[in-house]
Ligand binder design. Structure first.
Ligand SMILES: [Zn+2]
Ligand SMILES: [Zn+2]
Length: 831
């Protein structure tokens, strides 16, 4: 009988149906109650949920149900990040339209998610490929265009030849496409940008004001924004008084170590600097060579650098020295001024280049003893630096800038690594960019009343070059909204990260049709109180969403400065040492698990096996253990239904056990409440909260199995009932179906999830102390103060270790230690 599993299939289906019929998790704005917006990053509708989804949604649901029981008005929505390449690639491979593929996948995943019993408000479901959704980001695009926050320019982009599209820098990982792993190549192309750099300072400042975010995510964002302070100044070109090379440096203190200077090969000044046809050809060849390297390669640290020495020279104004000028691949046009002063003594990349090309290296900072063979970027006292000698690095920086400013040669300057967000994609399955090119008026935004610009259904997808929309005549050929004349529509679509930059706002009023969202609803629900999602989004999605929210704020649409108050980045689900993936053959299908052991087991295991921020190592024994635990809870409640069902004599909070055993058991119950609450609320240590509940269940079995002499029957029944109800309340957010079923079997008509989260009774937590007399061979030697209920073994150890007992037992062999409960300890020695 003990191997029987409780009827989880029946129970899970039953409660999913009832919760749905009652619309139990429907969120309604209620200004009288505190709100809690709990959000997991929405999924791409790939077709099937995987264990990574199970993990993140189990975490989100635990928090949503917990906060609901804590009295919050909870918004917990779900939707679909539905545009993107896989749908288009599936269309090319299998000939199925991306829309059909996407909506079928959504239907599959929705029914899978429903089998998990997550407390979503499904009435707020949002699908980003719906024109009623993307209409609003088209409108915002036009407003951004008016304010110069969206603009078009020609640029060299990262191009994935396999996906046939542009990738943002953030989407290139080790020179490869983040989605398909193909090698990325550079390409010149016209495209649309969002001016995220206009918000660089604010994005950075707010990194210090998000205490609910993990430090490592904040650090990654800070590094990505890459603010650096320094100086910008001119290096005059020798013999060409009309020409200067403008450089940016973060180390103006090192100017006396400048032994050469470098221009980006694509720097426009290069064409004016070349002296004759031979040099012009050499430059052209060099540029062609560099054009084959991606920006990512060019920035990589440990790789040989390529340079070409120009005939022109520049002057280091600080010491009057004429120094060589190079073009080299490790300097990029997009950073700073596209030119650098090279200081190989203190910059490692300059050091490598100088070593390769036999250029002098001058150290300008006193190095720690024994530091040789590379550039020294640390602190120290300035040397070989003229009027800066003897200063610290910080002092020398200030003095060098003052010197430049005083002579009108330069200025103090701040630079960022962050660049504008390229949002153009030459693909079909995305939101159309709402602009037209008129023969007469040029670039014209679509008129507001003509929105949405709907993505046409009838399209040929070959995957071969260019935007598929360019081939759709009925889409491309349009009327200019300004003059009514002939115009051609933009055929690029928006990066799907645009849709995910505001979906959390749409959930506040998902069917609102007079704007992106209803203002009052957004003011009530925003910001998201707890956001949950993978660390892989530390830069891309999270930075874009922060930027977009600030843009909406500046457009007067929202009041919040930041979209997400707190962030939890869960680890991966791994098995046999690797992330679960089809190619590695280590995938566990959530459907199989839910069918064979139930959704509650799947949820309990994924919450119990590891703290949320750590990787979760899949383990079949652990899954089996989670199932056994739920069965153990089930068996206890069913077997003791008669006793536990005894109606309580008084409300549990008034329960005052009269016996020591009763007091000790009640203390265990309330210590569990205190620990589980703290672990969940303060630390996200769901695994230790679950351990505490498991221990409570052990204590419950032990209490029931012991015949407590002198305990009134009413006290015993009331304690059992309190322990069982507490177990179910604490377990509810973790394993909701089985908890709700047992709760209802205990005779409750109301849902467990309408109950308040239990509060630890301070009276129950008080540990009562007693004084024990300690005797050695019948003579009183000491006294011990201990808590009532301290285990005998511990009392023996305390007695033997007591400093007044020690002298009497140190030299002798202890034969036995007798404990008389709450009275005395007698230590018997062999004389
Ligand atoms: Zn690709
Ligand atoms: Zn026109």
């Amino acid at each position: 009988m003990s191997s029987d599993r409780y009827p989880f299939q029946e129970i899970e289906a039953k409660w999913q149906r009832i919760w749905d019929e009652r619309q139990q998790f429907r969120a309604v704005e209620d200004p009288a109650r505190p709100k809690f917006y709990c959000l997991e990053m929405f999924p791409y509708p790939s077709g099937r949920i995987h264990m990574g989804h199970v993990r993140v949604y189990a975490i989100g649901d635990l928090l949503a149900r917990f906060k609901r029981m804590r009295g919050f008005n909870v918004l917990h929505p779900m939707g679909w990040d539905a545009f993107g390449l896989p749908a288009e690639n599936a269309a090319i491979e299998h000939g199925v339209h991306p829309a059909i593929w996407t909506y079928e996948n959504i239907d599959n995943m929705r029914s899978q998610l429903k089998k998990m019993g997550i407390s979503y408000d499904w009435s707020r479901e949002v699908t980003t490929c719906d024109p009623a959704y993307y209409k609003w980001e088209q409108l915002v695009f036009i407003k951004m265009l008016e304010r110069g926050l969206a603009y078009r320019r020609r640029s060299t982009v990262n191009w994935c030849p396999s996906c046939q599209t542009v990738l943002a820098n953030e989407q290139v990982e080790n020179g490869r496409c983040w989605r398909c792993d193909s090698e990325v190549i550079p390409k010149e192309i016209d495209g649309w940008f969002f001016k995220i750099t206009a918000y660089a300072d604010e994005l950075l400042e707010w990194c210090d004001r998000l205490p609910g975010w993990p430090e490592r995510v904040i650090t990654m964002q800070r590094n990505w924004i890459g603010r650096s302070e320094g100086a910008e100044f001119d290096l005059p070109v020798v013999g060409r008084p009309e020409l200067n090379v403008r450089v940016f440096t973060t180390r103006p203190d090192t100017v006396f170590g400048m032994t050469y200077a470098v221009l980006a090969p694509e720097h426009p000044l290069v064409d004016q600097l070349v002296t004759d046809e031979a040099e012009r050809r050499a430059v052209a060849d060099f540029r062609a060579e560099v054009a084959r390297e991606t920006e990512i390669d060019r920035l990589a640290a440990a790789r040989p650098k390529h340079g070409l020495r120009l005939r022109a020279k520049v002057v280091n104004s600080f010491n009057g020295a004429e120094i060589p000028l190079f073009i080299a691949d490790y300097v990029l046009m997009g950073y700073g001024t596209g030119a650098i002063m090279a200081v190989p003594g203190e910059d490692q990349r300059d050091w490598e280049f100088a070593s390769q090309y036999g250029l002098p290296i001058i150290e300008t900072v006193q190095r720690p003893a024994g530091f040789i063979g590379e550039a020294y970027s640390g602190d120290g006292i300035k040397v070989n630096s003229g009027f800066l000698d003897g200063l610290t690095v910080a002092e020398a920086k200030r003095k060098a800038i003052d010197w430049l400013v005083g002579r009108g040669l330069g200025v103090a300057k701040v630079n960022y690594r962050l660049r504008d967000w390229g949002i153009s994609r030459q693909r079909y399955w995305g939101a159309p960019i709402p602009v037209l090119y008129c023969e007469k008026d040029g670039l014209v935004p679509e008129a507001e009343e003509n929105l949405p610009v709907v993505l046409p259904r009838d399209v040929q997808l070959s995957g071969k070059g260019g935007s598929p929309l360019a081939e759709v005549a009925s889409f491309v050929n349009a009327r200019c909204p300004k003059c009514g004349g002939k115009a051609r529509r933009e055929t690029d679509t928006m990066d799907t990260f645009v849709e995910s930059s505001w979906y959390f706002l749409r959930y506040c009023s998902p069917t609102y049709d007079r704007g992106m969202f209803e203002r009052g609803a957004a003011e009530y629900w925003m910001p998201v109180d707890q956001y949950i999602g993978g660390i892989e989004h530390a830069v891309l999605h999270l930075l874009y969403a922060r930027f977009y929210t600030k843009v909406l704020r500046d457009l007067g649409m929202v009041k919040v400065d930041e979209p997400f108050t707190a962030l939890l980045s869960q680890g991966m689900v791994i098995k046999d040492g690797a992330k679960m993936s089809k190619s590695k053959g280590n995938v566990v299908d959530p459907d199989d698990l839910i069918r064979t052991l139930g959704a509650d087991t799947a949820r309990l295991f994924s919450l119990f096996a590891a703290p949320p921020e750590k990787d979760l190592d899949w383990n079949d024994h652990g899954v089996e253990g989670a199932s056994r635990f739920l069965n153990r809870v089930w068996r206890f409640v069913i077997a003791h239904m008669g006793e536990a069902l005894a109606p309580p004599q008084s409300p549990p909070s008034a329960l005052r056990p009269t016996t020591e055993a009763g007091k000790a058991f009640r203390r265990t119950i309330h210590e569990t409440i205190a620990k589980a609450t703290q672990d969940i609320e303060r630390d996200f240590h769901f695994n230790t909260a679950i351990s505490a509940v498991m221990e409570l269940v052990n204590a419950l079995y032990a209490f029931e199995a012991t015949s407590h002499d002198g305990m009134p029957a009413g006290e015993r029944a009331a304690l059992l009932r309190e322990a069982v109800e507490t177990t179910l309340l604490l377990l509810g957010p973790i394993a909701p179906h089985v908890s709700e079923e047992l709760w209802s079997q205990l005779g409750h008509a109301e849902s467990l999830f309408t109950r308040p989260w239990p509060a630890a009774d301070p009276a129950a937590l008080v540990r009562q102390e007693v004084t024990l007399v300690v005797q050695v061979d019948g003579k009183v030697r000491s006294r011990l103060n201990i808590s009532v209920g301290t285990p005998e073994e511990r009392i023996q150890r305390l007695a033997l270790a007591d400093e007044r007992v020690q002298p009497w037992v140190r030299e002798r062999a202890v034969e036995r230690v007798v404990v008389v409960a709450n009275r005395l300890v007698n230590i018997v020695t062999r004389a």
